[in-house]
Design a protein around this ligand. Structure first.
Ligand SMILES: [Zn+2]
Length: 139
């Protein structure tokens, strides 16, 4: 089994480093303290077999409602994390995003790419311990 740093595991498994740590705590991933090249001690993660999906992520993927939505119809700018939804007097959906922005409406974001996600929303979701996105592989 290949052992990699938490950062590399995050990239290889396409989950956040916070999620890697979460999986280690939950026993889904094995981690070891190893001596690094520079003599210090560091955590390494044993990479699971191909196709591994965290139970936590699987549960997230099976959710019917994704909190990540576009705030514009032409899908420009960033995908935001919807904090709450309310209906306007015209029965339109008015989303309020975690970053504080108010959208015109919401449009489903099916292709979640890390570089398209609103950074502010991501940071607040992380601070508040909200479920994170699971970006699609790039390319
Ligand atoms: Zn945002």
């Amino acid at each position: 089994m290949e052992r990699v740093t938490i950062r590399e595991a995050s990239q290889r498994l396409r989950i956040s480093t916070a999620m890697v740590r979460e999986c280690i705590r939950g026993g889904e991933l094995k981690a070891f303290k190893e001596t690094r090249d520079d003599g210090g001690m560091g955590w390494v993660v044993e990479l699971p077999e191909d196709g591994w999906v965290s139970e936590a992520i699987a549960a997230e993927l099976n959710r019917e409602f994704s909190p990540w939505w576009w705030g514009t119809q032409d899908k420009t700018g960033y995908i935001h994390y919807v904090e709450s939804l309310s209906a306007s007097s015209w029965e339109e959906t008015v989303p309020r995003f975690l970053c504080g922005e108010i959208g015109d409406n919401i449009w489903a974001a099916t292709d979640l790419r890390q570089e398209m996600l609103c950074l502010e929303c991501q940071m607040r979701a992380m601070e508040q311990g909200l479920p994170q996105s699971n970006p699609s592989p790039q390319g």
